[in-house]
Design a protein around this ligand. Structure first.
Ligand SMILES: Cc1cc2nc3c(=O)[nH]c(=O)nc-3n(C[C@H](O)[C@H](O)[C@H](O)COP(=O)(O)OP(=O)(O)OC[C@H]3O[C@@H](n4cnc5c(N)ncnc54)[C@H](O)[C@@H]3O)c2cc1C
Length: 487
């Protein structure tokens, strides 16, 4: 695709969130969008701007702040109590959301969950079908696609013989490690440095996409465990997904929560403060230009610590310090929509050294459906984790457009099968996505999640080393137990 063809990819900014991006439509027939979560009110709060005095009052038993998987799980599990769930976005789901472009559904965040875990069980309880993905991740490099990178495909990786041997050595050495708490405190780079540039480049892509940082920033325990799963003799790919990825789970949870008697959901409602009192909590939230004061017996704050540390008043200094040490990087998801079948390489395929790290076939679970029932359009979901320097680039239309163009360009150059034009390109950006799974994170999580009076804390970032659906659900269950004596 030449430049003139690429210039044809026109953009309309669908919402202005990370910063103050004006609405812009360059085309009468927009074929592409830039969209994002809305941090505008939180940025005003961070910058110390004043808000009007509360003009409305409400009273509830329990307030839940944040409608991601964690907050939704807490609301779902509270039973019939009088609960208010406050979410700053118009859509619930947080990092687990889906979108529909043309007739096809895709994820704009989390992709899959594991079958026999807390999240798999909850999905089954909610009536979601649990078919497994059954496709070990492949790799595309040097114009070649190899399936099952760390299994049977390893010997066919498109590298020189020494590099392939380094992959084999890395696999053998890492998978043999007995994981201990020490591995939570050392970076992966300590273990993979000897294995040469190809191995390091592969792990760079995987770590940035999965754990929010480079191998120098990621605790070694996570990749070791992952490698064990990929290489054990009786291995099974027990990941499961749905049309729209984990957004389907969030959607189902949202439906149940909204239908529940006694639970009120306010979307587009940004919480400005949560304060503890001996007999109650007080929560102030902003919605449609008005501030409401809510009193409740207890609160669960299910927002990332980046936000929690700013909205919960009078937290002990040590707890705030712990919360502020969490790191989050910007992250985009670029969905390429095609009006004809594009070769699916496997469910999730890694592209080391590219602007995007991996590509998920959004219609993977439809692969065995008769073609008559399948959507006409096919979507390739490109994951684009970024380093912090990119945050400002994401604030401009030009920056986002440049990124989407780079992703599309490199996607099309990666394989002969991919030299096909999408009919739409959609970019979803997050300024502070998954927390970095950094060495030394566990003690910070313990300090950050200590209940504070009538306030308990949820969110995956204080619960599991890696950002995961499982962590979000576990955090919610723990927080519910902590507020139970008060409600
Ligand atoms: C690109 C990407 C891919 C991923 N892939 C996977 C995957 O394949 N499998 C997996 O298990 N996990 C994956 N994850 C991680 C997973 O999405 C998260 O761990 C999970 O969604 C976290 O849920 P949560 O409720 O803890 O937090 P969040 O999703 O962060 O939810 C927090 C919510 O709080 C809201 N909020 C924030 N501040 C306020 C405020 N002041 N007032 C009101 N509301 C507020 C936010 O808008 C948000 O909705 C991925 C994440 C990303 C970004």
């Amino acid at each position: 695709m030449g430049h003139s063809r690429r210039d044809f990819i026109r953009f309309i900014v669908a919402s202005s969130a990370l910063g103050a991006i004006p609405k812009l439509s360059e085309s009468a027939e927009p074929i592409s969008t830039i969209d994002s979560e809305d941090f505008s009110i939180l940025h005003r709060l961070r910058d110390g701007e004043g808000f009007p005095a509360p003009s409305r009052q409400e009273q509830h038993n329990l307030v839940i702040v944040g409608g991601g998987i964690s907050g939704l799980t807490a609301a779902y599990r509270t039973g019939e109590g009088d609960v208010l769930l406050l979410e700053k976005e118009r859509q619930l789901g947080g990092n687990s959301r889906s979108s529909v472009f043309r007739d096809a559904t895709c994820s704009i965040g989390a992709a899959y969950v594991y079958r026999d875990t807390v999240e798999g069980k909850m999905a089954a309880e909610l009536g979601l079908d649990l078919s497994t993905i059954n496709s070990w991740d492949g790799t595309v490099d040097n114009g070649v696609h190899v399936t099952d990178t760390w299994g049977d495909g390893l010997k066919s990786l498109p590298y020189r013989r020494e590099a392939i041997q380094q992959f084999a050595d890395c696999r053998e050495k890492l998978a043999a490690i007995e994981v201990s708490p020490v591995h939570d405190d050392i970076p992966l780079s300590n273990l993979i440095e000897p294995y040469g540039p190809e191995v390091n480049r592969w792990w760079l892509a995987f770590c940035r996409s999965t754990w929010g940082g480079a191998p120098t920033e990621i605790a070694a325990s996570l990749p070791i465990e992952e490698l064990k799963t990929w290489t054990q003799p009786d291995r099974n790919d027990v990941r499961t997904t749905w049309s729209g990825g984990v957004g389907a789970l969030a959607q189902k949870l949202s439906e149940r929560v909204r239908a529940r008697r006694g639970v009120r959901v306010a979307d587009g409602a940004t919480v400005l403060s949560v304060s503890n009192h001996p007999t109650h909590v007080e929560v102030l939230y902003w919605r449609d230009g008005l501030v409401t004061r809510v009193t409740a017996k207890a609160a669960i704050v299910a927002t990332p610590q980046l936000v929690t540390s700013r909205i919960v008043a009078d937290l002990p200094k040590q707890q705030v310090n712990a919360m502020r040490q969490f790191r989050y990087n910007p992250y985009c998801v670029v969905n390429l929509v095609f009006d004809r079948p594009v070769k699916r390489l496997g469910y999730d395929t890694w592209f080391p050294g590219r602007a995007f790290t991996d590509v998920v076939a959004a219609d993977w679970m439809d692969r065995d459906r008769p073609s008559a029932g399948r959507p006409k359009h096919q979507i390739m979901t490109c994951y684009v984790p970024l380093t912090p320097e990119f945050r400002s680039e994401l604030l401009t239309i030009e920056g986002c457009r440049g990124l989407a163009t780079r992703v599309l360009d490199q996607f099309q150059r990666s394989l002969p099968d991919y030299q096909v034009d999408p009919v739409e390109v959609h970019l979803y950006r997050r300024g502070h996505a998954i927390h970095t799974s950094m060495p030394g994170l566990r003690p910070l999580q313990m300090a950050a999640r200590a209940p504070f009076g009538r306030v308990a804390f949820a969110n995956t970032d204080i619960s599991s080393m890696s950002s995961s659906t499982e962590g979000a659900i576990n955090a919610a269950n723990r927080a519910l137990a902590e507020v139970d004596p008060f409600i």
